[in-house]
Design a protein around this ligand. Structure first.
Ligand code: ATP
Length: 192
């Protein structure tokens, strides 16, 4: 039987947006994944000092974002863990859970560029195939990374937060379900 092909896609997802969906779908198609797990970070080591929306709300938004898909799933493994979220711990967890699966760890080009600064990068690389989403204009580092070309979608969570704060619309940048969660919880209104 063919090995189960599992993709892991971590991020702050504050908020998750259409850009995440588009690139995630590209990755699923290219790598022929059986499942792609969106993994909202609990306390991202690279973003300490920044104010991040509460984990339950980010999880709710990621669930809303991915609810229409058969292949996308959400994992709360990082938000339910105490302390900073290290990818190596997440990978060990999924390796134990799916010993026979082929695991792909999906990184943005920005994350891949900082890979050397991560906790135990060698072990991370030994636990999964590292896949960097290569965007036109953003050079993907070679070496230990497999590069997957993805559609260029110039949407970022930072831009969405700025728009909300400025009272501008975010319609179509996020699904309505995500926009309603943002509005109902008055997220991103204050300067962060
Ligand atoms: P922020 O603007 O707050 O840094 P973000 O939109 O980049 O957030 P993250 O939650 O950090 O969102 O994203 C998770 C991963 O998705 C990162 O690896 C990031 O590189 C990637 N990503 C985010 N937006 C896009 C996009 N439009 N195209 C390709 N990859 C993206």
């Amino acid at each position: 039987m063919a090995r189960f092909r599992l993709g892991l896609f971590g991020g702050t997802f504050d908020p998750p947006h259409i850009g995440h969906l588009v690139v995630a779908q590209d990755v699923v198609e290219r790598l022929v994944l059986d499942e792609l797990l969106f993994i909202p970070a609990g306390s991202p080591p690279h973003k300490t000092g920044k104010i991040i929306s509460p984990a339950p709300l980010r999880v709710e938004m990621v669930r809303a974002l991915t609810s229409g898909s058969e292949v996308f799933r959400v994992s709360e493994v990082e938000v339910s863990r105490e302390g900073p979220s290290y990818s190596v711990d997440t990978l060990r967890y999924f390796r134990d859970l799916h010993p026979d699966a082929e695991i792909f760890f999906i990184l943005g080009a920005d994350q891949a560029a900082a890979f050397d600064t991560w906790q135990s990068p060698g072990e991370v690389a030994s636990l999964a195939t590292l896949v960097v989403m290569a965007r036109e204009g953003l050079e993907a580092p070679s070496g230990m990374f497999t590069s997957v070309p993805v559609t260029r979608v110039d949407i970022s969570a930072t831009d969405i937060r700025d728009r909300v704060r400025e009272g501008r619309t975010i319609q179509y940048l996020v699904p309505d379900s995500v926009r309603h969660i943002i509005e109902n919880n008055r997220l991103y209104r204050a300067v962060s």
